[in-house]
Design a protein around this ligand. Structure first.
Ligand SMILES: [Zn+2]
Length: 83
């Protein structure tokens, strides 16, 4: 579902979490996703940059997807929770 309850927050932005350690993948999230939180969600500790990193924000899903593909990870997918 689009829209919902995020009143006052930013309009939807899109982020990519690139992970080259576990699965060699890039996952697209929305900024309001609890895993993403505008790029500060999971992996905000010192591991950042070792297991993976956030790319973004992107204005549209299409832009995020295009960038995700350009990373040349084996898997490009969308977060099941937010996308
Ligand atoms: Zn997500």
């Amino acid at each position: 579902m689009f829209g919902g309850d995020n009143r006052g927050m930013t309009s939807s932005s899109f982020w990519i979490y690139e992970n080259w350690r576990a699965e060699d993948k890039a996952v697209i999230h929305r900024g309001e996703c609890p895993f993403c939180k505008d790029g500060t969600g999971i992996h905000k500790d010192k591991d950042e940059g070792r297991n993976g990193q956030w790319h973004g924000p992107f204005a549209t899903h299409g832009q995020a997807q295009q960038h995700a593909r350009s990373l040349n990870r084996r898997i490009v997918k969308e977060c099941k929770k937010c996308c």
